[in-house]
Design a protein around this ligand. Structure first.
Ligand SMILES: NC(=O)c1ccc[n+]([C@@H]2O[C@H](COP(=O)([O-])OP(=O)(O)OC[C@H]3O[C@@H](n4cnc5c(N)ncnc54)[C@H](O)[C@@H]3O)[C@@H](O)[C@H]2O)c1
Length: 255
């Protein structure tokens, strides 16, 4: 963390998938910088542990263990947050799953689940917070995509497609919501050391991949949180519809 980071005092941030990994890091960093937090993950014990950390930082917290695919539960969570904490200022659409599958092995069920969590979930969590943000004429939405959504991969084409769709809705919302000063951006991490890739790919493969990264390593979750909190900060007040890709130099795109 930087010595003098932006503060989020008086703000409320909702981070989906915040029970572990990057979502947890985003929640803890925003709480450390003054935000009250709407925590949300299907992993009950994990999200309860993060809630303890957030409370220990002196911040207020609301917890949900409903799936991001349960749209009614997500709308109810926003209602509860507004009653308990106030209107949500920052939404980070982070919840996600990884699946390494060859094209031929992806079933309609795999495809549906991938799109339900990443695309439908992000879309309707966004829709649920929009009325409050419009009323305040202020809001930040940060959608978590992936380098794989930018440049593809030789596996998991349903994941790549879902992450590219997340970039599409980011750009459209940025234009549609700008009149209400609601800024929408995306973060496309490269490899990050979390449960998801360690479980799906294994450490041996990850160590091989790290050697091919210009910076010779994958990121720690907190390094991605710095990009997310930047988009949520006052310093990013003129930035919307953009993509930051913290990826150690693995993917470098021009104009
Ligand atoms: N780790 C990487 O290398 C990497 C790279 C690029 C992008 N990403 C993306 O970053 C985001 C965070 O991933 P991570 O690496 O921290 O993974 P992770 O598995 O550690 O965390 C993801 C969290 O989302 C939660 N989640 C999954 N489905 C959910 C649902 N239906 N409802 C609510 N919560 C749900 C999980 O329980 C988990 O706690 C994901 O969107 C992922 O696709 C990860």
């Amino acid at each position: 963390m930087t010595d003098n980071p932006s503060r989020f005092d008086g703000k409320v941030a909702w981070i989906t998938g915040s029970g572990r990994g990057m979502g947890r890091a985003h929640a803890e960093m925003m709480a450390a910088r003054g935000a009250d937090i709407v925590l949300h993950d299907v992993l009950q014990d994990e999200v309860a542990a993060v809630a303890e950390t957030v409370r220990a930082l002196g911040r207020r917290v609301i917890v949900s263990t409903a799936s991001v695919t349960d749209l009614a539960a997500m709308r109810a969570l926003v209602g509860e947050a507004e009653r308990e904490l106030g209107s949500i200022d920052i939404l980070v659409n982070n919840a996600g799953i990884g699946q390494h599958l060859a094209f031929e092995d992806i079933t309609p069920e795999h495809f549906q689940r991938m799109f339900d969590i990443h695309v439908k979930g992000s879309f309707f969590c966004g829709q649920a917070v929009i009325p409050g943000m419009k009323a305040r004429r202020s809001g930040r939405i940060i959608n978590i995509s992936s380098t794989w959504g930018m440049v593809g991969a030789n596996t998991a084409s349903h994941y790549c497609a879902a992450k590219t769709a997340v970039l599409g809705l980011t750009k459209a919302w940025a234009k549609e919501l700008a009149p209400w000063n609601i800024l929408v951006n995306a973060v496309c991490p490269g490899g990050v050391m979390t449960e998801m890739p360690i479980r799906v790919q294994g450490m041996e493969k990850i160590r091989e991949k790290e050697k091919k990264i210009p910076l010779q390593r994958w990121a720690q979750p907190e390094e991605i949180s710095e990009a997310v909190t930047f988009f949520a900060s006052d310093e990013a007040a003129f930035i919307t519809g953009q993509v930051i890709s913290p990826n150690g130099g693995e993917v470098i795109v021009g104009y």
